[in-house]
Design a protein around this ligand. Structure first.
Ligand code: ADP
Ligand code: MG
Length: 140
């Protein structure tokens, strides 16, 4: 399988509870490398652009408020099949359905406040990485 890069976000519910290191340990244990990382505080408008694909969903406004409520850690993960592997490490969107040992099973508080974001396909990974990081920031 090819080496891929994917965009990950440690969400406000997790940064607030000081879980950045514990979540990064899950990535590293799975063979994913954190090759770029920064802590930022999104505006609601910036969160809205990031989640534009969900603009028509009933939870969109709540999601944008949540993503702007506290700092987030945005990061690029690299590894073999990183996009799918990260989705496995994250677990299902709803923590009640997430497999044991996954980040969401262990740390998420609800279907909305679910600790992490991960790109879902190569196309979205490329767009999402470039939303947060310049090429010069990705040293591998
Ligand atoms: P994922 O993050 O697993 O890719 P989605 O892309 O479907 O999930 O949704 C994006 C984010 O929107 C979720 O991670 C979660 O924070 C929020 N969300 C999704 N479904 C709901 C819902 N039913 N109620 C509230 N928030 C939701
Ligand atoms: Mg998604």
């Amino acid at each position: 399988m090819a080496i891929e890069r994917t965009l990950s976000i440690i969400k406000p519910d997790a940064t607030k509870r000081n879980l950045t290191g514990k979540i990064n340990a899950k990535f590293e244990e799975a063979g994913l490398r954190v090759i770029a990382q920064k802590r930022i505080h999104l505006s609601k408008a910036q969160a809205g652009v990031f989640y534009e694909v969900h603009a028509e969903r009933p939870f969109y406004d709540e999601l944008c408020d949540f993503m702007a409520s506290e700092p987030v850690v945005v990061q690029v993960l690299e590894g073999e099949g990183a996009i799918l592997k990260n989705r496995e490490v994250m677990g299902a969107t709803n923590p009640a359905e997430a497999a044991p040992g996954t980040i969401r099973a262990e740390f998420a508080e609800s279907v909305g406040e679910n600790s992490v974001h991960g790109s879902d396909a190569p196309e979205t990974a490329a767009v999402e990485i470039s939303y947060f990081f310049a090429g010069l920031e990705l040293v591998g």
